[in-house]
Design a protein around this ligand. Structure first.
Ligand code: SF4
Length: 228
């Protein structure tokens, strides 16, 4: 039995989706959340036509042995699909490193996948209580922060990403979020601009980000301000 995957897209080559490695990115279809700033809304629906199935992906990977280091699953939300873990096992058996981009929607599926993942980029959008305003989904904050705990307790390399949504620039939310992540044990943190970036005519957001980077750099092994 081969893994069952609903693949929504494939990027054959990327140098930015797995740290330091050349990777292909497999986009899995479907996400249970509805973030207003979603960068891949066409991947939210679970019903969309599949771009490729597992035999097609396996054939692609067979041609890329020696050319790619890693295969990264992105989405959508890859942990939505029960076939993720068997696919990771099969890909590691082919000799590739495995990576995952996740918002942490399904902690139990993430826990099952972690032993077969070499690296995870986990989105943490806000403190738990503020999640439903961003995701339009009850209890999403608890799921994401439980996923964070599981990732930090594992041996898997990680980067936690904060997407710089407008709400984080009010009520001191961004400094409080960074502080909570540091106390939770996050070592590698990236602050990512929305696409397109938020308007900042007075330069106030830029000034806050630069100040936070100066103040917080020593608390993390890596603190990146990406596309800022
Ligand atoms: S969790 Fe990610 S993929 Fe899902 S709706 Fe939000 S931004 Fe889009």
């Amino acid at each position: 039995m081969h893994p069952t995957l609903h693949i929504g897209g494939l990027q054959a080559f990327s140098s930015i989706d797995y740290p330091g490695e050349l990777a292909a990115v497999v986009f899995l279809q479907g996400c249970p959340w509805r973030c207003g700033y979603c960068h891949n809304p066409e991947l939210q629906s679970r019903q969309a036509d599949a771009y490729m199935d597992w035999p097609g992906l396996e054939a692609f990977l067979g041609q890329r042995r020696g050319l790619l280091d890693a295969i990264v699953f992105s989405g959508g939300e890859p942990t939505l699909q029960p076939g993720l873990t068997p696919a990771l096992q099969a890909i590691q058996a082919m000799g590739f490193k495995t990576g995952l981009h996740s918002a942490g929607c399904y902690p139990e599926r993430l826990a099952a996948a972690l032993p077969y993942l070499d690296w995870v980029g986990l989105d943490i959008k806000s403190l738990p209580q503020d999640y439903p305003d961003l995701t339009a989904t009850p209890h999403s904050g608890a799921a994401a922060w439980t996923s964070l705990e599981l990732l930090l307790a594992s041996q898997t390399g990680h980067e936690v990403r904060i997407t710089l949504d407008a709400s984080l620039f009010h009520h001191n939310r961004l400094p409080r979020l960074i502080d909570s992540l540091q106390r939770a044990g996050v070592k590698n943190l990236a602050l990512q601009q929305l696409n397109p970036p938020l308007a900042d005519p007075e330069g106030q957001k830029k000034a806050l980000l630069e100040r936070l980077q100066d103040d917080c750099t020593h608390q993390f092994a890596q603190l990146i301000l990406r596309n800022a």
